[in-house]
Write a protein that binds this ligand. Structure first.
Ligand code: ARG
Ligand code: ZN
Length: 886
């Protein structure tokens, strides 16, 4: 049954205090829950309905007396109650059998919890909804030698020994919180600690808890946390509000991490790093995720969501905050632009397809069957773009004022997306956001990616240049017709010689002559005219990707080459290169010969120019020289033949590798490491470009039969002083299917057999390798039989299954349908073990209806096969039924 946003009603009861006592045991954990509750006098009197899930209920006392209650499904219902009372519940649960990893579970002999969104009900009966906020005190009791560390939210107020080798710890959280922010951890862990002083002189203890062997991989996470604390205080005036802030890592986790108040729990993937085991990308992800969870302490914990339809209130805002954090840590504008390009690439390759597919939903959805399915790139990344547009409309300082007002108004409350937008607008009453607020909020209510079409008109006689804009948005499930959005378009004009032109806006004669202007679209059609233009200019539109839209402009190749060589906006400079490549890819795909890459001299020379440009950073070059992904190319087509897309993509890669051979050699030599390893943007950019060069050199060798570069690559693989260089070398051998790859893979496994996160990379690389005659599926089946494989560990399951089904289109989309059949078996197999992971995998065929035959029918059949299973989880049921409906 679907939950609908419009059905929201305040809770009939409040919980003021919660006193929890745990006797932790993997097979049978006892939970004593004492709550002070009171009737909400603002709503009509109703029975008390508490949520539960897979609990054994032993006792229910109201004010110390046995009370009559009944069960309705998973809910515990009490009909007759006084207005104020104490409720005591005693339940047990079985953490060791909790493979769903929601609620209380065991990972490598340590207890962890994950309560967002609805996991707390699997620990005790509760009003498990975010608008019920209570004060918690928690007593943990367990065997002392097996579970020496006992953690929960807030401050440790008491601890000591108990009879029979047991001990206890008592924690009190000074802040009220919703149940989804509850956490406990118990096990054998060690911590890196750091004391820091805040601006006001107050001391805080920061801790990063890991298993004993991993302490040497916690320095970067700790540094990221220290930077996060300082940044939130400096940029937004938001201080750390706790004496102690803890991060704990677990290797069994459905998501990336969780912002439990004062006790963040992380997937090891986003904590552990040293130069031998983690790549530059890992370092950068750790910085983002540590920041993200820390920033939730305000945007999420101090001010939370009224209901789960408001999820983007905290997630969109917090992604925006972590993106800004990472940009602000960059030393220069080029590194900031690289981060922006990377973020946009994620949005366009993952969120745009979601917004065009059967799971499309607004940033603030209207209904769901299983909320876990809505932790999506739309809620997170598109939500962050909506917040970014607000910042664009009110300015950076105005946005900071808005954030201040938001936290002043709503501190301690559970609020809505409307409350957020209102606060930003109210703090900036003269802004365009304030003037356009109701229309702006369509970004929250309407799904789908808007398409902006722009056309230029140059009038030589009048010396004017006019841009005519129109906007539209395709229908999405349940929303046939869309109203116009508020779309900020940052733009500038270049002369044919590449100079940037001063902008004289018509109708705004005395405005200063800026070089960049943000036009705010509000209508289906509108225009802007610039004066004093001496010749046909080249417009640079949607600079910095100022809105999450598809921009259609009929650029000539010549104009794109001008932008690629000259645009002062690095985002659009990169974008021009992507457009040139995309145009060639689409022509080759829809043209007569599928293996003709069709990269012409003009394109090759332009790429050479970027690669050799002494003024550009390596990181930026790497982005420009990387072709658009097969997924992104496929989104531009109405009908997708995945094998043809793959063949063209491979042919383009090979051609770029061969045509720029000596340039790649030069780039490889130019970007060698000097000195000690550091994951900063400049040196990681150099490693990224030398890695791309190596990949191209091995690809070129594949075509020419050259053995020198594969040999050098193997040597590089063996000698590398850090995981980035080592993995890039291994990747180059695997992606060119060189015979030396086998030797390198075996050596890699032997070197890192005890490093789970590295073994994940080993699996993932093989499952994601380019298909040569259908060889990847048999390999993937082999990998699942490997002694290191486990379906129950989400990271490991993803490293094989998702790497094949979601990240390897050329191998997955087989004309014999064997990839789809295998996919459906894996969804069916995973579903009873871990519905969240299964439902995520179920989305691999979201875009089935775009596929050409025979893929389309085969994919549909595979989805139908999953949907026909009895006893599917709500999670997977919702995904496959939407796929079949849409
Ligand atoms: N709130 C967490 C974060 O974004 C993620 C929680 C994931 N929960 C889920 N049911 N998928 O930081
Ligand atoms: Zn988050």
């Amino acid at each position: 049954v679907a939950v609908r946003r419009e059905d929201y009603a305040a809770p009939a009861w409040w919980i003021d205090t919660v006193d929890l006592t745990f006797d932790l045991d993997p097979a049978k954990t006892r939970v004593l829950n004492r709550m002070r509750m009171r009737r909400n006098m603002d709503v009509p009197a109703q029975p008390l309905r508490l949520d539960g899930g897979e609990l054994n209920l032993a006792r229910v006392l109201v004010d110390g007396q046995g009370a009559s209650f009944r069960m309705e499904g998973d809910q515990l219902v009490i009909d007759t109650l006084p207005d104020n009372f104490e409720l005591e519940l005693f339940t047990t649960c079985c953490p060791s059998k909790n493979t769903k990893l929601m609620g209380l579970f065991v990972s490598e002999d340590t207890f962890f919890t994950q309560c967002e969104a609805e996991g707390f009900r699997r620990i005790t009966y509760f009003l498990d909804r975010p608008d019920v906020m209570a004060s918690y005190q928690v007593t943990l009791r367990a065997n002392k030698s097996l579970y020496p560390v006992l953690l929960s939210n807030g401050n440790l107020v008491d601890h000591g020994d108990l009879p029979e080798g047991r001990h206890f710890a008592k924690w009190v959280d000074p802040f009220k919180k919703p149940s989804y922010l509850f956490a406990l951890v118990a096990g054998k862990l060690v911590a890196r600690e750091q004391r820091i002083k805040a601006r006001n002189g107050k001391e805080h203890l920061l801790q990063v808890y890991v298993r004993a062997g991993d302490l040497d991989k916690t320095e970067h996470a700790m540094n990221s946390l220290i930077h996060s604390v300082a940044w939130d205080e400096a940029r937004f005036g938001l201080p750390l509000d706790l004496d102690r802030f803890m991060i704990v890592a677990t290797s069994d986790f459905n998501a990336g991490a969780m912002e439990n108040k004062g006790l963040n729990i992380f997937n090891t993937k986003y904590v552990l790093a040293n130069q031998a085991t983690a790549t530059d990308a890992d370092y950068s992800n750790i910085e983002s995720v540590v920041g993200h969870e820390y920033f939730h302490n305000w945007s999420g914990d101090r001010v939370t969501c009224r209901d789960w339809f408001q999820l983007s209130l905290k997630e969109g805002l917090t992604v925006f905050r972590d993106q800004e954090f990472s940009q602000d840590l960059c030393a220069d504008a080029s590194a900031r632009a690289v981060k922006r390009i990377e973020d946009v690439r994620v949005l366009r390759t993952a969120q745009f397809p979601e917004d065009a597919g059967p799971m499309a939903h607004p940033v603030r959805p209207d209904s769901y069957i299983e909320i876990s399915n809505f932790y999506t790139v739309t809620i997170y990344e598109k939500g962050a773009e909506v917040v970014r547009m607000m910042q664009t409309l009110v300015g950076r300082k105005g946005f900071e004022k808005g954030i201040t007002l938001y936290f002043e108004r709503h501190d301690g409350d559970a609020v809505t997306c409307d409350d957020f937008a209102q606060a930003i607008a109210d703090a900036n009453p003269e802004s365009e956001l304030a003037a356009l607020l109701p229309q702006f909020k369509r970004w929250y209510s309407q799904a789908g990616t808007p398409r902006v079409t722009a056309r230029g008109r140059y009038d030589a006689a009048a010396r004017t240049y006019t841009l005519d804009f129109s906007q539209s948005c395709p229908p999405t499930p349940g929303q046939a017709v869309k109203e116009p959005f508020v779309i900020p378009i940052s733009l500038g004009l270049l002369a044919q010689d590449g100079r940037e032109l001063p902008l004289h806006l018509q109708g705004d004669e005395d405005a200063s002559t800026a070089q960049s202007h943000t036009m705010v679209l509000t209508q289906a059609h509108e225009s802007i005219t610039f004066n004093n233009i001496d010749s046909q200019p080249v417009p640079s539109i949607l600079r910095g990707f100022s809105a999450p839209v598809v921009l259609d402009f009929d650029y000539t190749d010549g104009e794109l080459l001008i932008l690629l060589a000259n645009d002062p906006d690095p985002f659009n400079r990169w974008e021009a290169g992507q457009r040139l490549a995309m145009r060639r890819a689409l022509a080759a795909i829809t043209g007569p010969a599928a293996d003709a890459a069709g990269l012409d001299e003009a394109y090759i020379n332009a790429m050479r120019g970027v690669l050799r440009d002494p003024k550009l950073d390596s990181a930026f070059k790497e982005l420009v020289l990387t072709l658009p992904s097969e997924t992104y190319i496929s989104e531009q087509l109405d009908v997708v033949d995945p094998q043809r897309v793959h063949a063209v993509h491979e042919a383009m890669r090979a051609q770029l590798a061969t045509a720029l051979f000596s340039d790649w050699e030069w780039a490889y030599e130019q970007n060698q490491d000097t000195g000690a390893y550091s994951p900063d943007p400049l040196s990681s950019g150099r490693r990224a470009l030398s890695g791309l060069a190596l990949d191209n050199l091995c690809l070129a060798a594949r075509a020419s039969g050259d053995t020198v570069w594969p040999g050098k690559t193997l040597q590089r693989f063996k000698d590398a002083g850090n995981m980035t260089d080592r993995f890039n070398a291994l990747y180059a051998l695997v992606s060119s299917s060189h015979p030396l790859a086998q030797q390198a893979l075996a050596r890699f496994h032997a070197l890192f057999k005890d490093e789970a996160l590295v073994i994940d990379k080993w699996f993932s690389l093989q499952a994601g390798a380019p298909d040569r005659g259908g060889d990847v599926l048999p390999l993937v089946k082999q990998l699942m039989k490997h002694p290191d494989f486990s379906l129950k560990n989400p990271n490991r399951a993803r490293s094989v299954i998702f790497s094949y089904c979601s990240a390897n289109p050329g191998a997955f989309h087989r004309a014999d349908a064997a990839g789809y059949v295998w996919w459906s078996d894996r969804v069916i197999e995973l579903d009873p073990i871990n519905p969240q992971v299964a439902a995520r995998l179920a989305r691999a065929l979201d875009r089935w209806s775009k596929l050409a035959e025979p893929y389309r029918s085969a994919a549909r059949e595979a989805i139908a096969r999953v949907a026909a299973r009895p006893d599917l989880s709500k999670d997977t049921q919702e995904v496959v039924s939407r796929a079949l409906a849409g």
